[in-house]
Write a protein that binds this ligand. Structure first.
Ligand code: 5GP
Ligand code: ZN
Length: 142
């Protein structure tokens, strides 16, 4: 499965170059062309799934093993004190390339990247209504 207009499909096929650090049957990892920090790596499903909703569980399981392996390589090889793993689904969520990928970004205390995630407090009734809606969809009756 590939999309002829997709830049990551072209990277997977070797039609455009990339700085690969790993590859297996279903997953590939290469350096982000515009790294947030040195070592910023993209772990990418080889088949063209636009978001996490499309990937078969087996492929995702394999990809998650690669994520862990790349995470520990980054930690040791780049002397990272910490690591962000980010994954965006849909342009509204910040996804610019609609081919499933995870960002791994090595972090250190003084890298200046920071991280700000605005938190808000919601009314208890809204929290509980949300929990019920999601739990029901999950088939959870705990
Ligand atoms: P997202 O879709 O999660 O917003 O991010 C896509 C990421 O792909 C960006 O961080 C961008 O720098 C990276 N990127 C875009 N084009 C290329 C490319 O041709 N090669 C590589 N290695 N990375 C790319
Ligand atoms: Zn693609």
């Amino acid at each position: 499965m590939r999309d002829p207009n997709c830049i990551f499909c072209k990277i997977v096929a070797g039609e455009i170059p990339s700085k690969k650090i790993y590859e297996d049957e279903t997953t590939i990892a290469f350096l982000d062309i515009y790294p947030a920090n040195p070592g910023h790596t993209l772990v990418v499903a080889k088949d063209h799934f636009s978001t996490i909703l499309g990937i078969p569980e087996d492929n995702l399981y394999n990809l998650s093993k690669v994520l862990k392996k790349v995470a520990s390589s980054i930690r040791e090889s780049m002397n990272a004190e910490g690591l962000n793993i980010l994954q965006f689904n849909g342009s509204v969520a910040g996804q610019t390339i609609p081919h499933l990928h995870f960002h791994l970004i090595p972090r250190s205390k003084d890298d200046g990247l920071g991280f700000a995630w605005p938190h808000r407090q919601l009314p208890e009734e809204e929290m509980e209504a949300t929990r019920k809606k999601l739990a029901e969809k999950m088939g959870y009756r705990g």
